[in-house]
Design a protein around this ligand. Structure first.
Ligand SMILES: C[S@@+](CC[C@H](N)C(=O)[O-])C[C@H]1O[C@@H](n2cnc3c(N)ncnc32)[C@H](O)[C@@H]1O
Length: 221
């Protein structure tokens, strides 16, 4: 287990050599973007963070479906962000902003997102990283956690012991200070719409951001 992943089910970081799997079009059949975006329920003109965006497969879909949104595509691995930037080079989704999830980047995003999508990342995140998500939300903001379901047999995705069952995810998120507002089960995934209690927002180790900008500029390096 990597030290900063305490609490995660998957013991190591996502391997960028597996990035092509994220762009498998079959994903959109068993996890339909429209179903996720309905649950996300982003307000008009909102800032949405895709936390752990990878190659931005769903971030780009969201940005195209909702050109009114600013979609901040956040990842901790520069290699993943470079793959995303290559996709964005053609200019087809100008409202996607790739963003590096280091301490400085996260501080700049404090309290800026009305919605956060965290897709296939809960099993990878340590407890501190999950709590930091709460600090990125506006006062009435919501997080949509969607992840592989450890309670079902699947021909795709990580081994069952590396992910949570829906009940396990609910228990973890509640323990960390999230309120579960809504739950939906997809073919291989569970989805949880969550609010964040005051304590988990305050518990974040993020420094205060120095700028009051609501729409941060891209930061990828
Ligand atoms: C399994 S991939 C999922 C990518 C994308 N959400 C999707 O479903 O297509 C997980 C991604 O989360 C990123 N990630 C893991 N921990 C992170 C953290 N603490 N902050 C930001 N990104 C993280 C990894 O680098 C990887 O790109």
């Amino acid at each position: 287990m990597e030290a900063d992943r305490s609490g995660a089910r998957q013991p190591v970081r996502f391997d960028p050599r597996q990035a092509a799997r994220l762009d498998d079009p079959a994903r959109f059949a068993y996890l339909p973007p429209a179903g996720l975006f309905f649950l996300l329920d982003a307000p008009q003109d909102a800032v949405v963070i895709d936390f752990g965006t990878g190659t931005g497969a769903y971030a780009i879909r969201l940005a195209k479906a909702r050109p009114d949104l600013t979609v901040i595509a956040l990842d901790e691995q520069p290699r993943m962000l470079r793959l995303l930037q290559a996709k964005l080079a053609a200019g087809s989704a100008p409202n996607v902003r790739p963003f590096r999830a280091d301490n400085r980047g996260l501080a700049a995003l404090r309290a800026c997102a009305a919605r956060i999508l965290a897709l296939n990342v809960l099993h990878e995140l340590g407890d501190d990283a999950v709590k930091r998500i709460a600090a990125l939300l506006t006062a009435r903001g919501r997080v949509l956690f969607v992840d592989w379901n450890g309670a079902v047999e699947r021909p795709v995705g990580p081994p069952r012991q590396h992910v949570y069952t829906p009940a396990g995810a609910v228990g973890r998120l509640k323990r960390l200070g999230f309120k579960i507002l809504r739950k939906r089960i997809f073919r291989y995934h569970y989805a949880l719409v969550c609010g964040a209690g005051r304590e988990v927002r305050a518990a974040s180790a993020l420094p205060l951001r120095s700028s009051s900008s609501r729409r941060p500029s891209p930061r990828t390096s």
